[in-house]
Design a protein around this ligand. Structure first.
Ligand SMILES: [Zn+2]
Ligand SMILES: [Zn+2]
Length: 255
């Protein structure tokens, strides 16, 4: 199982793209502006899209991806997400006002997209790999995805999140865990804003990592483009014991 980072920034700008991760060639986790890194041919191969939550930086390119590839595809794209996320997509994106309702176009029997609701801690098996939801705290219902390869290795890609306990209990119980990707959206100077927006700052992240009992690489992402330097500096100052590295565009992670 190979994860390719298409976008892992907390915002946009030259060279910065928001959350989107390609698994092998046909599965996407989140559909932020990182999707624009793919060719039309690569986009047309995507059969399954897992969404962590409905915030714009994680779905911005979802409507455009579907529209761009419909003439290249024979089968619908399946969108996997929680009921709340799917309801938000139906109400605010694919609502025949902002964008067409592709779940009934060209027909109810043969639509361009179909939705698949996921419960908390539900696993989906696709091509010998499991994708399991782990609920995380954020301003709206959000999940992390546990990716389990056919070899039995695990990697957790955390959506936007904040201070919590249950998530870490779940993470600590995962066998063969090879890494965790988690956010630091705000700098410590803006930790009040991070708390309000239910995100993490470097100091908050380091405190959260003290709840982690596994010795694994921590891949940090979702840094605001204009704040990246200060966030990195604060991570270095605060961290003394964790294996932290920055996720970057077009990074490949073998799981
Ligand atoms: Zn969010
Ligand atoms: Zn976000």
């Amino acid at each position: 199982m190979r994860l390719r980072v298409l976008g892992c920034s907390g915002g946009i700008g030259l060279g910065f793209h928001t959350s989107s991760y390609l698994v092998n060639h046909n599965i996407l986790i989140d559909a932020g502006t990182g999707v624009g890194q793919l060719t039309v041919e690569e986009m047309a191969q995507i059969d399954h899209i897992f969404i962590t939550h409905a915030h714009m930086d994680h779905i911005a390119c979802l409507p455009l991806l579907i529209d761009t590839t419909i003439t290249h595809r024979k089968n619908p794209v399946t969108i996997f997400a929680s009921k709340v996320t799917i309801d938000l997509l139906k109400a605010h994106i694919f609502n025949n006002a902002i964008w067409p309702d592709f779940s009934v176009i060209p027909s109810v029997q043969h639509p361009f997209i179909c939705y698949r609701e996921l419960e908390h801690n539900e696993s989906v098996l696709l091509h010998d790999n499991y994708f399991t939801t782990i609920p995380v705290l954020h301003t709206i219902p959000t999940v992390a995805y546990q990716l389990t390869s056919s070899a039995g290795n695990n990697f957790v890609l955390c959506g936007d999140t904040t201070i919590q306990d249950d998530f870490w209990h779940t993470i600590n119980a995962i066998p063969n865990l090879k890494g965790l990707a988690i956010e630091t959206a705000f700098s410590d100077e803006e930790s009040n804003l991070a708390r309000l927006a239910k995100h993490l700052s470097p100091q908050m992240l380091i405190n959260e990592l003290k709840k982690l009992s596994q010795d694994i690489p921590i891949h940090v992402m979702h840094l605001k483009p204009g704040q990246a330097e200060i966030i990195i500096r604060e991570l270095i100052i605060n961290n003394s014991s964790f294996k932290i590295n920055l996720l970057f565009n077009n990074q490949f992670i073998e799981i």
